[in-house]
Design a protein around this ligand. Structure first.
Ligand code: SAM
Length: 313
């Protein structure tokens, strides 16, 4: 906490995200046998539009990261910023798409809990193990063959740099960064510093950012005040004003280009057969509510290297 005050509210957002994902998984939206290992108490039931929202976000991010790994034939790295209890490493591993290195950063409070769950779970531990490499761990850091979980405050660049180096990061390898509902919790000065540092430091970077957008209207205001009352301040909300501002935050920090799309258009680009399966899972009383939600969240892809402009949904 220190100069930034208490981070408890932000840290709690991970429990909420995990529980929402676990609810959608339990209803069959997508397969994730690993998530339950991080939620021993089981998920709470969520409304259908929330489940569809989480399906859309999880699938889209997964497909983009998988494409990046496949295009690079695995000779690349993934860095998941504010990863929470995300299971992407295990899901990729089970489909045979692993990068050279997969690094996750979050507050030490979160990575300590994740480390604890990983140690207790045979399937999680098995997937990160390698015959010639001992898993090294302490309270909040875990160092396996490809998978690295590190406690760091993303607002403190020297900490981020030190933890990436401890993970044996290779600045010359193509690297995809994921920030799934994370940057909004940091003030824009700090998130901009981070984006600028990545663009400068990595030879070839691709960024996938998921967060709120179009917050200027009535629905956006209500959404923000709900989130604020449940969790914490959303210091970065200013950067989420429009799709254009989401793109500009990258370009103005030295990225070669960026493209932002709201979740309505992301939903339309997801594989149709899977979408057809998913819409049969639960009745949606009010399509309007889903449309509202989808137009208030977006995915922004940004690149420092024009080779990655082909990576789209
Ligand atoms: N990305 C995960 C997902 O979508 O399931 C978790 C999302 S949760 C809404 C936000 C995460 O960002 C939390 O795990 C929180 O601890 C992390 N986070 C926010 N600000 C952070 C910071 N300054 N340093 C490290 N982690 C941070």
């Amino acid at each position: 906490a220190g100069e930034y005050g208490s981070d408890d509210g932000v840290i709690a957002t991970n429990d909420d995200a995990t529980s929402c994902k676990a609810c959608a998984v339990s209803l069959g939206y997508w397969k994730d046998p690993y998530l339950a290992c991080f939620l021993p108490s089981g998920p709470d039931r969520r409304p259908p539009e929330i489940n569809r929202g989480f399906y859309c976000r999880t699938q889209a991010i997964y497909l983009l990261v998988q494409k990046f790994i496949q295009v690079n034939k695995g000779e690349c790295q993934v860095v998941n910023l504010g990863a929470g209890f995300d299971t992407m490493f295990w899901r990729l591993k089970s489909s045979g798409d692993t990068p050279v290195r997969f690094v996750e950063l979050d507050f030490p409070e979160v990575t300590a809990k994740k480390t604890h769950y990983i140690q207790r779970s045979k399937p999680l531990l098995q997937a990160i193990s390698h015959d010639d490499y001992d898993v090294k761990l302490n309270r909040s850091n875990l160092h396996a063959f490809k998978y690295k979980l590190m406690g760091a405050d993303l607002r403190v660049l020297p900490e981020v740099e030190a933890k990436l180096e401890e993970s044996d990061i290779d600045y010359s390898l193509p690297t995809v960064f994921v920030a799934e509902c994370v940057l909004v919790y940091m003030c824009t000065t700090k998130s901009s510093e981070l984006l600028k540092w990545i663009a400068k430091k990595f030879k070839s970077a691709f960024f996938i950012n998921y967060e709120m957008v179009n917050l200027g209207d009535r629905f956006g205001e209500v959404m923000l005040s709900n989130l604020r009352s449940r969790h914490c301040d959303l210091h970065g909300a200013a950067a989420c004003a429009t799709l254009l501002s989401q793109q500009e935050r990258f370009v103005s920090e030295g990225w070669a280009g960026a493209e932002a799309a709201d979740m309505m258009s992301v939903w339309e680009r997801l594989p149709r057969s899977d979408v057809a399966r998913v819409i049969k899972l639960e009745m949606l009383d009010e399509n309007e509510l889903l449309t509202q939600l989808f137009t208030h969240y977006c995915i922004t892809m940004a690149w420092t290297d024009t080779r990655w402009t082909d990576i789209t949904l």
